[in-house]
Design a protein around this ligand. Structure first.
Ligand code: PEP
Ligand code: MG
Length: 755
């Protein structure tokens, strides 16, 4: 038996004429259903559009009762039409009324029709409606008819996405495309951003859907696939990917798809039905995405991402587009939406117009997060499916405090957030007024507040925030955002700029802390079972003395004639400090011998991040000029809780008596040796935790720029002596200590301490 289809290409050509006619949306839909019915030789053709309330509304019909248009509706999952929308799959039935899901709607007059073919109207895998044809006879529709209907559905999807149907939306209803959506992700960087979506890798909008000449399109496809395969082979053979590793696996998966006959055959079929090559790739990808989005298997979901990326590459190849951010057309209030992005890519956008970033992936310690925090940009990660559900230009709110994202928010939510932003701005203004005020408690104790920094973008904050210096300069950030290992001269210039920007305030440079989660793209990553406890930081530096020596030389040059304060990360044994110091001493001798000027004064320290140092404090404090506690790592190793793992992060509290006792032990010992000690982990920047640290005896805290104001406000309103006498005994209470956080909150409330 032959299909009754007049020819999908004829249908598409006519469709193109209809799309170009200067008529309104209802007239256009009415014409489209007539056209499809005639070409598929069906007595009925109907279009149902998905509304924001989850209801599919009949928007146009040929063959059913016309009075039912905009009246008949089915919920998603209800009836055959609802089933197609729920499953995002075609349904092809010779006897529709016998199907258990069939739902009879008397106003339509559809009881006369037996056979039924329905396809979802999809865009980027998202269901926007359902397109149906029906016949009286009992027949199964042919594959080419299913294809033709899917292709036509794509044209309707573009009409919906372009907003054309807004003009005929019934009063009191909304299209699903404009439905508000809420995502619960993970807060990565504090702040609240209201703005409009900018897709980091914009979906290339395929506007030219319908082709004149299928043979020419097939040839274009073949050429582009060949180019794509060659570029993947080149990438795989290039030095960067020659070894095994995650990137290589991803590229191998791409190559596998790029050679997959099934995938290519589906694209060719769509071209034979009249689509342009790029529209055909998009159609096949949209179908695949719709099916796979319901997958929960993480492996398959990852493969879907790969296939998405590959399809985008192919579409770009076909349309002659390049990758890259579209900064020139950035709105004033851009919210960057991406699956994931690199730190350097974020920096490329520039700070001025970015209100927030929202990622499908991204973790609390990923590089983009570190940079977002440094720039003071709100960020949320782990927002599932966000990229395919957001459209460029959609209104969006990113709440970096709670980890929520509101896409196309209703006005009440928008108003509430606008108020929240105003409140935060007022508070920031109050903090700014504190800038030049001393950081002294109500009872006269100075708690010096310094800044954690690591990028050039941090530098203005050194003078603007009122910090007394830079307590932690993470030198590895320069290395992490670079595309190749920075040369000695580049490092030297960078450190010089940092010292200049600090304007005489002390800067504590930490030598390279790479390894663990801090991976350099150009340095071959080695596979380690537990990278956080592996070959990282000073361990790496001592095994690769060339790298450490170069950095030390750069620091010595940069600080020539000035003060230099330097510390080593992740020291486990005091002997490592002595080894690192020996590298420095040799370097100083070398420079002197060659007539170079060296720093006026040197102070050398270590970071206390590994619990083993707690049992070497006597040797340590006699050997070093100062120490700085990296409580992020110290707590991670103290409590055996991965700092980047959100599953366990909430279980263990840095305000636990055990950890606070350890911190108290360190500061007491340091005081007894008169060795200055700073605390530079995240807890120093949280007012409640900083309050506890002050009570323990810490007088130097180092934190991110945005934390300085809130912590200073706390310090200036704190009666430290009163807190200490109440707080410290609680740490030693044998019969349980109660909840220390609650105690601190209660104290703050009763004593007017600003939290
Ligand atoms: C720390 O571990 O607390 C620290 C400040 O270092 P980083 O966060 O860079 O590991
Ligand atoms: Mg650390």
């Amino acid at each position: 038996m032959r299909s009754t289809l007049a020819g999908p290409r004829v249908l598409l050509r006519r469709l193109r004429e209809v799309m170009a006619e200067p008529i309104n949306a209802q007239e256009r839909l009415d014409k489209i259903v007539v056209l499809i019915a005639a070409n598929v030789v069906a007595e009925v053709c109907s279009v149902y559009i998905l509304r924001a309330d989850g209801v599919l509304e009949l928007y146009a019909t040929e063959g059913l009762n016309r009075d039912a248009v905009h009246k008949t509706s089915l919920k998603v999952g209800e009836g055959l039409v609802g089933l197609i929308a729920a499953d995002a799959r075609p349904l092809n039935l010779p006897n529709a009324q016998a199907h258990p899901a069939f739902a009879y709607r008397p106003e339509t007059g559809e009881e006369a029709y037996n056979s039924f073919l329905g396809v979802p109207i999809l865009r980027a895998g998202r269901t926007l409606g359902v397109l149906v044809v029906q016949n009286q006879s009992h027949r199964t529709y042919f594959e080419d008819e299913v294809e033709a209907l899917q292709t036509t559905a794509m044209v309707i999807a573009e009409m919906v996405a372009a907003g054309e149907l807004e003009a005929i939306v019934q009063q009191g209803t909304k299209l699903d495309l404009s439905r508000p959506m809420h995502f619960q992700g993970v807060a990565l960087s504090d702040g609240v951003g209201l703005g409009h979506v900018v897709l980091h890798e914009p979906r290339v909008v395929v506007t030219n859907l319908i082709a004149e000449d299928a043979t020419a399109e097939l040839e274009r496809l073949e050429r582009s696939i060949n180019r794509l395969r060659i570029s993947l082979d080149d990438l795989l053979n290039s030095g960067d990917f020659a070894q095994h590793g995650e990137h290589r696996e991803v590229l191998e998966a791409y190559r596998m798809f790029a050679h997959d006959r099934g995938w290519i055959r589906k694209i060719e079929e769509a071209i034979n039905n009249g689509l342009t090559a790029e529209a055909a790739v998009e159609k096949v990808q949209s179908d695949t995405r719709a099916r796979m989005m319901r997958q929960t298997d993480p492996y398959l979901r990852e493969r879907l991402h790969d296939l998405d990326d590959l399809a985008h590459r192919l579409i770009r190849e076909l349309m002659g587009r390049q990758h890259g951010p579209v900064s020139e057309s950035l709105p004033q209030d851009a919210v960057i939406v991406a699956r994931n992005m690199g730190a350097a890519e974020l920096l490329d956008y520039g700070r001025d117009r970015i209100r927030a970033i929202a990622l499908e992936e991204g973790g609390p310690t990923s590089h983009v997060t570190i940079v977002a925090r440094a720039l003071g940009i709100a960020a949320v990660g782990l927002a599932e499916n966000l990229v395919s559900l957001a459209e460029s230009g959609d209104a969006v709110i990113v709440d970096g405090e709670s980890g929520q994202i509101h896409l196309r928010p209703p006005s009440d939510i928008e108003n509430a957030y606008a108020e929240k932003v105003r409140f935060r701005a007022r508070r920031q203004a109050q903090y700014r007024r504190l800038r030049n005020k001393p950081s002294i408690t109500r009872d006269g104790v100075e708690v010096s507040l310094q800044l954690n920094a690591g990028l050039l973008v941090d530098l203005p904050a050194v003078s603007e925030s009122g910090a007394s210096g830079v307590g932690l300069f993470r030198t590895e950030l320069q290395f992490m955002v670079a595309s190749a290992f920075p040369r000695m001269s580049e490092q030297r210039d960078y450190y010089r700029q940092v010292l200049d920007a600090a304007g005489g305030r002390p800067v504590t440079f930490r030598t390279l802390d790479i390894g663990g989660d801090k991976v350099l793209p150009y340095l071959r990553a080695i596979q380690e079972e537990n990278p956080a406890m592996g070959w990282r930081a000073i361990r790496f530096g001592l095994d690769r003395p060339g790298i450490l020596r170069t950095q030390i030389r750069a620091l010595l040059h940069a600080a020539a004639g000035r003060d230099l304060k330097m510390m080593f990360p992740m020291v486990t044994d005091v002997s490592e400090f002595h080894q690192a110091k020996a590298v420095l001493d040799r370097e100083i001798r070398h420079l002197r011998r060659h007539g170079h000027q060296v720093p006026e004064r040197m102070q050398l320290g270590v970071m206390i991040e590994v619990p083993s140092l707690l049992y070497q404090l006597d040797e340590l404090f006699q050997a070093v000029d100062f120490a700085s506690i990296g409580s992020n790592d110290l707590f991670q190793f103290f409590a055996a809780v991965d700092r980047g793992n959100t599953r366990v992060a909430d279980r263990f509290d840095t305000m636990s008596p055990a950890f606070l006792r350890a911190l108290k032990h360190i500061v007491d010992k340091a005081d007894s040796y008169r060795t200055p000690v700073t605390l530079c982990g995240e807890i120093a920047g949280r007012p409640l935790e900083a309050m506890a640290l002050a009570a323990l005896g810490y007088r130097n805290l180092s934190m991110s720029a945005s934390a300085l104001g809130p912590v200073k406000a706390m310090v200036r309103s704190l009666d430290l002596a009163r807190l200490s006498v109440r707080f410290l005994p609680r740490l030693d209470q044998p019969g349980g200590t109660g909840n220390l956080r609650e105690f601190l909150r209660g104290f703050a409330q009763d004593n007017d301490t600003a939290l």
